[in-house]
Design a protein around this ligand. Structure first.
Ligand code: PFF
Length: 451
């Protein structure tokens, strides 16, 4: 994001870079615990339907906006319509909110990697290990600082390219390993029931909550409604096929989330007998369940260590792209130099991340609308700000600049097979559904509505 706008070398470069940002803790840590909590197969079905309609339309729109204007979010919305300039600023808020708490979870992953590398993994199997760890004061903070430090070191020394190269090897290995762990997990007695829970949609599990949670997860996982894909689009060459790139990114992102769920949910059943309390474990699910799977595996220590290493890489490629985005927002607006901006953003990230870390322990009695800090930051970004950005983007594209402008941009390089779907979703379905989702999630958060 320097002055001279460079571009990705081609379609593969674009797809891999966008997938590098999209695939991260959202897929491996967040998706499985939401799927477990919100009805397994029903959540999966709702998620996939939303991905091929909303996800598709919104990602097409964002990438095309970026490529057409050649600008990142703040400038791009302004260029399309002056009255929508504010939307760029709202979108820019999202990575600023996410980066700190993302790094807290990144710290947990780093700690687990360390536990496996030092041969202490047997301790991690006990039920209270995880809550004991995140509930303490200094330990999670130290690991959070380690993760933030690593992210900023990479950004500061500009070695992202190196990391990206490594992640092109790492990502396929992660996929293979996840599939292998998932298959192994299915052989544990009792896991098959969990497999059925994960893939069979049960109408009784359908509620407004399922849709709200799936929608928030979709934005988060695909790095949508936060300006990221606009920026990526601005780096995209004019001859690259946008539609098939979007399909590939979606398949990659959803595929990894699916396997992460397959790795975790059947195993939760096997170890808990399908107890709903275990399925509701929330953010701790991956950290509580997987050590048990690894402990029951031959060479589980090594496999566990390798797994957390790969997850750490996936998390780092995402945290780097978050940090880069935040840094470029400040630099573009305030004209600061790179090092100074890095330091300011680093300090801001630490200050904002500390409450999320302490909120699981000594600050757990402090609640914002009934949520601890981490849950609140996650809620406000995924279930409030992102739907607002998506809603206003669909209004801007559907009614102000008109879908035609986006369609022409896509068709300048290739045929646009899904243009009917795109127009219908962006004009009619997206605005109505996003409005309902937004109102529902806000009212329920304030206890004004039960969903
Ligand atoms: N999409 C990432 C994930 O699923 O982990 C999270 C994310 C990364 C969001 C980078 C935004 C971003 F710029």
């Amino acid at each position: 994001m320097e002055k001279l706008r460079s571009s990705f070398t081609g379609k593969l470069g674009f797809v891999l870079a966008a997938a590098g940002s999209a695939v991260g803790l959202g897929n491996i840590w967040r998706f499985p615990y939401l799927a477990a909590q919100y009805g397994g197969g029903m959540f999966l079905l709702v998620y996939i339907i939303l991905a091929v309609t909303f996800g598709f339309a919104l990602m097409i729109a964002e990438i095309a906006i970026g490529r057409k204007t050649g600008l990142s979010a703040i400038g791009a919305y302004k260029k399309l319509d002056k009255r929508f300039s504010f939307l760029g600023y709202i979108a820019a808020l999202v990575p600023i909110i996410i980066l700190p708490y993302y790094s807290v979870i990144g710290g947990w992953v780093t700690k687990y990697l360390f536990v496996y590398l030092t041969g202490n993994s047997s301790a991690a199997v006990s039920d209270n290990y995880f809550t004991g760890f995140i509930g303490s004061v200094s330990e999670p903070i130290i690991w959070f600082l380690a993760f933030v430090g690593l992210t900023f070191l990479i950004v500061l020394f500009g070695v992202e390219k190196g990391i990206e190269k490594v992640s092109k090897i790492i990502m396929p290995v992660l996929v293979v390993l996840s599939v292998a762990i998932a298959i192994y997990g299915l052989t544990i007695p009792g896991a098959f029931e969990g497999f059925l829970y994960y893939i069979t949609p049960n109408i009784e599990h359908f509620s407004a909550k399922t849709v709200v949670a799936a929608m928030g997860q979709l934005f988060y996982s695909m790095s949508l409604a936060m300006g990221i894909m606009i920026t990526y689009g601005s780096y995209m060459k004019k001859d690259v096929n946008v539609e098939s790139s979007v399909h590939q990114i979606e398949i990659f992102d959803t595929g990894i989330a699916f396997f992460a769920g397959l790795m975790i949910i059947p195993a939760v059943f096997a170890f808990s007998g399908g107890d709903q309390a275990a399925l509701n474990a929330g953010p701790g699910l991956m950290f509580v369940t997987l050590p048990k799977v690894f402990a029951s595996m031959p060479a589980g220590n090594i496999i566990g260590g390798l797994f957390f290493l790969l997850v750490l890489f996936a998390a780092l490629t995402s945290s780097i792209s978050l940090a880069e985005t935040v840094i470029s927002i400040f630099r573009d607006k305030l004209g600061w130099n790179r090092i100074f901006t890095c330091i300011v953003v680093l300090i801001g990230c630490i200050v904002l991340g500390l409450p999320s870390s302490l909120g699981n322990g000594i600050w757990s009695n402090i609640k914002i609308i009934g949520m601890d800090f981490l849950t609140f930051f996650d809620f406000i970004s995924n279930n409030v700000i992102m739907p607002i950005v998506a809603l206003l983007t669909s209004i801007l594209v559907g009614y102000i600049i008109k879908p035609k402008v986006i369609i022409e941009e896509i068709e300048s390089s290739s045929k646009f097979k899904g243009k009917k779907l795109f127009s219908v979703v962006i004009k009619y379905i997206a605005p109505v559904c996003l409005f309902i989702i937004l109102i529902t999630s806000v009212l329920s958060a304030f206890g004004l509505m039960k969903i």
